[in-house]
Design a binder for this molecule. Structure first.
Ligand code: ZN
Ligand code: ZN
Length: 376
């Protein structure tokens, strides 16, 4: 583990705290915590929080018996444990006032709160710091995390390549006669066998279920003639992959069928959006590239979600490619491009690749076949 990278991340985050006028960050177990310390902790009813002042050492406050869960920490991070009968919010507040040389009650300080810190912990911290102002840490953490280093892009690329390999394997499986949920379990097992960690259940959405973008794989038995949307990924060293492909069961749909027309439209739109992505473009402009193509083909109303989302230590993170988001794309950002069309009660098609943005444009981190794919 290269602990020096965490010092670099601290510097970046502290510069952003300065820019946004935040004196402290309070970060619960989350990808933000992993980003800053490498610590993978779970949120439980026992408070664990990173207290990061704009200057001076950071402190992880956590239950004493969970201290063994911490990885080696960089020099700038101390550990303050609490015992079962202690008040952890008070301890965190004491850590903060110590770092401000004893200002009681957080007079005139502004505290950025991580998105994944449970509200019950925030309420207790607010009670201990009645004079402090609290605000989301989102601006700081998302600005820091959404520009990836080349090492981070390499991890995302490796994660993506492993998901691609899984797709190449599963299209050799029989689909017809199998339950969605069983196939989802086997896809997860194959991802894990390839070295990815899988949280949750892959999407296997067959027949009319494919018209539900976030369908939960269920009891439905896949049949010949079905369209099947497969959306899956996992993490490699904490970094996510996310890919979607849509396959046809039992035979190629007729060239003049709506299934074929929709598939080819989605595939062409996905390619056009990947090719259009450039630094300085607004997130909503890239969404419009896809949305305008689908709308002018008469299908706009069936594209009922955003074009994509950032990806990294979280599966969904900024930047979000959505109308209303004027964030400008920058080299080093990684995000998905996943247009889809969903015809209620009939079928849906989605094609998703994760991409990394470079100065010249987007580079795909998924390269699994995007052509018409027939499975048995
Ligand atoms: Zn996906
Ligand atoms: Zn996605």
């Amino acid at each position: 583990v290269d602990l020096l990278q965490y010092n670099t991340r601290f510097e970046r985050v502290r510069a952003l705290m300065h820019m946004h006028g935040l004196d402290f960050l309070l970060i619960g177990p989350s990808a933000d915590l992993v980003y800053l310390t490498g610590a993978h902790l779970r949120t439980t009813e026992r408070m664990a929080v990173l207290v990061l002042p704009q200057e001076g050492p950071a402190t992880v406050v956590l239950p004493a018996f969970e201290a063994p869960l911490l990885p080696p920490l960089s020099d700038g991070v101390q550990v303050r444990t609490w015992d079962e009968s202690d008040n952890p919010a008070r301890i965190a507040a004491t850590v903060m006032s110590d770092s401000m040389h004893g200002h009681p009650g957080g007079v005139n300080i502004t505290v950025g709160v991580g998105e994944r810190l449970w509200s019950v912990f925030l309420l207790r911290l607010q009670a201990e710091l009645p004079r402090a102002a609290f605000t989301p840490a989102t601006m700081v953490m998302s600005q820091a995390r959404q520009i990836k280093t080349s090492d981070e892009i390499d991890l995302l690329a490796h994660s993506g390549a492993m998901a691609d390999e899984v797709f190449a394997r599963i299209i050799g499986w029989p689909f017809s006669g199998r339950r969605e949920i069983d196939m989802a379990g086997e896809i997860a097992a194959l991802l894990e066998a390839g070295g990815l960690l899988v949280e949750g259940v892959p999407i296997v959405a067959s027949g009319p279920n494919s018209a539900s973008p976030h369908h939960h794989a269920g009891e439905r038995v896949i049949r010949t003639g079905d369209v099947v949307v497969l959306d899956f990924g996992g993490t490699y060293k904490g970094y996510y992959s996310d890919i979607t492909r849509t396959v046809f069961v039992g035979g190629r749909p007729a060239d003049d069928s709506e299934e074929m027309r929709v598939y080819q439209l989605v595939a062409a739109t996905q390619s056009a959006a990947v090719e259009a992505a450039l630094p300085e473009m607004q997130c909503q402009e890239l969404d419009s590239v896809a949305r305008n193509l689908l709308t002018s083909a008469g299908y706009g109303e069936y594209f009922n979600h955003r074009l994509g989302h950032g990806i990294g230590l979280d599966g969904h993170e900024p930047p979000y490619l959505v109308q209303g988001n004027d964030t400008r794309l920058q080299p080093g950002m990684a995000f998905t491009i996943e247009p889809g069309l969903y015809l209620p009660g009939r079928f849906g098609v989605r094609i998703e690749d994760t991409v990394a943005l470079q100065a010249e444009g987007a580079v795909r981190l998924n390269n699994a076949d995007r052509g018409i794919t027939i499975v048995e």
